[in-house]
Design a protein around this ligand. Sequence first.
Ligand SMILES: NC(=O)c1ccc[n+]([C@@H]2O[C@H](COP(=O)([O-])OP(=O)(O)OC[C@H]3O[C@@H](n4cnc5c(N)ncnc54)[C@H](OP(=O)(O)O)[C@@H]3O)[C@@H](O)[C@H]2O)c1
Ligand SMILES: *[C@@H]1O[C@H](CO)[C@@H](O)[C@H](O)[C@H]1NC(C)=O
Ligand SMILES: *[C@H]1O[C@@H](CO)[C@@H](O)[C@@H](O)[C@H]1NC(C)=O
Length: 334
Amino acid sequence: MDREALRMLCSPQFWRMAVLWALSLLHSYLLVFHCGRADAPRRRRPRPAEGRCPICVVTGATSGLGRAAAAALAREGYHVVLAGRSTQLLYETVQEIQRQQPDAHLKEFQVDLASFKSIKKFGSSLKQWVHEKNVEPSIQLLVNNAGILAKSHRITEDGLDEMIQTNYIGPFMLTNILLPLLKNSSVPSRVVNLTSFTHRCVSGLDVCEDALRGMKFGRCSIGESYPLASTYEYTKLCMLMFSYELHRQLHMSSGVSVIAADPGVVETKIMRELPECLSWFAFLALRSLKLLQEPDTGVGAVLDAALALPSLGSISLEGKGERSDRPDCPMTPR
Ligand SMILES: NC(=O)c1ccc[n+]([C@@H]2O[C@H](COP(=O)([O-])OP(=O)(O)OC[C@H]3O[C@@H](n4cnc5c(N)ncnc54)[C@H](OP(=O)(O)O)[C@@H]3O)[C@@H](O)[C@H]2O)c1
Ligand SMILES: *[C@@H]1O[C@H](CO)[C@@H](O)[C@H](O)[C@H]1NC(C)=O
Ligand SMILES: *[C@H]1O[C@@H](CO)[C@@H](O)[C@@H](O)[C@H]1NC(C)=O
């Protein structure tokens, strides 16, 4: 074990992750158990008129859940827009999906969600592409998947904490930029935000400017340890709250519904910044408890949220009429 791993092992943030996150995960499972493990909702994709291909946008499509979602949605007949920060990884991901599904409709765009400039540029290129391609310019599905678990406090060019901007503010801005295209759809369209069980650990939600700059959990000067667990949980709670609020604002007045999906624990590269031996051990422990899923399985929660039929007033996701907007009945983990 190296020095960095040892240092992390001695930090309160590590134990917060190990203990509180495990308890939150168990809490989620208990709720699902308590609410009854309903049959999976029927997945029906919207069919725009004239048999045209519906368009979906998946952010962070080059790894883990995003890549699995892009492949699965292509199989569902979507024209999938893969948004990612690395052109090379985008190219490789498109090649790989195309190899397995030669007739998949794919289009890649580079975007860095930790940069307002990049999001605006992506918004206009996408708009232009949709207008050129479509007589009825619209998109049917947006999956806000990209996210990181950062181990240090990094300030972006916009002066915000990188994890907070990538996980929450970036997707918030992108959603708002794409809203006109989502609203323009002749069939009900949808936003799916990736959240996670870790939001249960947040004790107070404070959305002031300092919090967004990453200063909420104590000053983190260079060298001081970064509150990675608290900050990650905070971004995931923000995502959840805004999903509820956006849904409340939109679903009556337009055909757009917003659903938050929590996949449970999935073996992806999300822990890439942590010392390798720690993430290896975490995955080992979770696997032995049978709580660890492969991306292809974990993505089921995203697909359910993406493809469930909208119902009047609220969205009935699960067979027994549970509503996604009832906070005590999460639709996850599966
Ligand atoms: N894994 C889990 O157990 C779990 C549980 C609950 C929720 N989630 C959530 O699921 C989502 C996907 O995570 P994952 O587990 O699939 O992790 P992952 O394998 O690390 O994938 C994250 C993706 O986001 C992209 N990304 C990161 N920063 C970005 C930026 N600034 N701009 C654009 N794209 C960016 C990454 O791009 P690169 O490929 O270029 O690195 C990667 O494609 C996250 O929101 C995470 O919080 C995961
Ligand atoms: C919405 O669709 C109409 C055509 O059906 C198009 O003229 C208009 O520009 C579209 N709006 C947006 C925001 O793309
Ligand atoms: C998910 O739902 C709401 C949250 O903002 C929307 O406003 C939209 O921004 C989307 N993304 C985020 C980050 O929450």
